[in-house]
Design a binder for this molecule. Structure first.
Ligand SMILES: [Zn+2]
Length: 457
């Protein structure tokens, strides 16, 4: 009896073990958000919109979302894209040296040419030398308060053949600034040059030493077909709470901070909301084309039509939150205050609820569509954030705790808002939307984005 019993127990145990293995094989363990981000970064690299890396990484994310039981939907849209070829600038006088440079986006391929360099200070009219600068290459100081668009317009009006932007960050870094946001080829080539080499040239010019450079790039503008990726968590009502993060990045690094953090946070929401039925429907969306001019969020906002939307939460380089921001719309404050108060003394955010609009990330096109938008104030430590847009924006700058701790706060807010029956779908009148920008003096930057005058097509 005893041996029979033992045998049947053994058989039962074996059967259970095999069954659990079969279950495990059918449903692999979902990847933790940081682990997924590490794979996207290391297996694909920078996700410039339209690149093979971008497509491959988005497919990888979609595969992971299917593992979680979602049916991710690709929403296609075209954009005026740009690809990087070899960018090269050589100093030819007073001596030969290859400079550390990168073309800004929407710089168009050009034949190599040589020109004398002229210091144009901050690029304002009074900063130019009194003598003619036609045919030269302007060297722009790192602290210029002007928009790329204004600098380029001033430079081409004076007949410059190119502009070198001295980088804002030191240490050989590039691309603190980005190129045009309007989608057309820049009227003249603009390159980011390392701060140290830029200052070197500035010192030579200040002492009257002629500086000559030879410029060449194979970078060029190309039309691109790309997609946003969307998953829905159906709620009890159709009104939507949208949570978005841009998926694309610049190409020199991995885009781990900008905006891998947001990619991982939205994925963490997908993980945390599995099997839940909130009151409002939650739409999670990963945008492409943000870095080159908010193309993905413009496309998504244009698709909204009259869809009932509660609010849109944008996650672009959000570290561990110290505040939640209604981005200028007072009508959101009660719901955010309610959430913040309910967190209690221990979990309250140092800056609480804030209400300050800023540009330009994926919330802007939603704001223009009358949708209320939210983001977090979540600073990324200076020793990491100084590298964003550049070579060193890699996964080693993003510790797992940053993702876990920030995603916990994001999930907490999303669950609270999605279950807040007092919140209803709502769109601003266009006169109030206009005030959202004028109240914060944002018209000039909106113009640089091609989004102002307000209401113009
Ligand atoms: Zn970003």
């Amino acid at each position: 009896m005893r041996s029979v019993l033992n045998l049947s127990r053994w058989r039962l145990a074996t059967a259970l073990l095999l069954a659990s293995r079969a279950v495990a094989a059918a449903a692999p363990e979902p990847l933790a958000p940081h682990a997924l981000l590490e794979r996207l970064c290391d297996d694909f690299g920078g996700r410039l919109t339209g690149s093979r890396a971008n497509v491959g990484a988005m497919d990888r994310l979609a595969q992971e979302l299917r593992t979680l039981g979602y049916a991710p939907e690709k929403q296609d849209f075209p954009l005026p894209g740009w690809v990087r070829g070899e960018d090269r600038i050589d100093l030819v006088a007073p001596f030969a040296r290859r400079l550390r440079v990168a073309a800004l986006s929407y710089v168009q391929e050009h034949a190599p040419f040589e020109a004398e360099v002229v210091d144009i200070g901050n690029g304002r009219p009074g900063d130019y030398p009194i003598t003619a600068v036609t045919g030269r290459v302007g060297l722009l100081a790192s602290g210029s308060p002007l928009q790329t668009r204004e600098i380029v317009a001033g430079a081409s009006a004076r007949g410059l053949r190119g502009v070198l932007f001295v980088n804002r960050e030191g240490g050989g870094q590039l691309l603190a600034r980005t190129g045009g946001m309007l989608g057309g080829a820049l009227p003249l080539p603009v390159y980011s040059v390392a701060q140290e080499e830029g200052r070197w040239m500035q010192r030579l010019l200040a002492r009257g030493t002629p500086v000559r450079v030879r410029l060449e790039t194979k970078s060029r503008c190309v039309p691109v077909e790309t997609t946003n990726l969307v998953v829905r968590v159906p709620g009890r009502v159709a009104s939507r709470l949208i949570v978005g993060a841009h998926f694309d990045s610049w190409d020199l690094g991995q885009g781990a901070m900008d905006n891998g953090i947001g990619i991982a946070q939205v994925y963490a929401l997908a993980l945390g909301l599995r099997g839940k039925t909130p009151y409002h429907t939650i739409e999670l969306i990963w945008f492409n084309g943000e870095e080159q001019g908010l193309w993905g969020s413009r496309a998504a906002a244009a698709r909204l039509g009259d869809a009932p939307v509660v609010a849109m939460l944008n996650l672009d380089m959000v570290g561990v939150p110290i505040g939640v921001n209604a981005l200028g719309d007072d009508s959101l404050l009660p719901a955010l205050e309610k959430w913040h108060t309910a967190r209690g003394e221990v979990k309250r955010l140092a800056k609480g609820v804030e209400n300050l609009n800023w540009l330009a990330s994926d919330h802007t096109p939603y704001q223009l569509a009358g949708v209320r938008t939210i983001t977090f104030n979540g600073p990324i430590p200076r020793e990491s954030v100084r590298y964003y847009h550049d070579f060193a924006d890699m996964i080693d700058k993003v510790p797992p705790a940053l993702i876990d701790d920030s995603a916990a706060v994001v999930l907490d807010l999303v669950r609270a808002l999605a279950d807040d029956t007092a919140l209803s779908a709502w769109r601003r009148e266009s006169v109030d939307t206009e005030k959202l920008f004028t109240r914060f003096g944002l018209e000039k930057r909106m113009m640089a984005l091609g989004l102002w005058p307000f209401g113009a097509k």
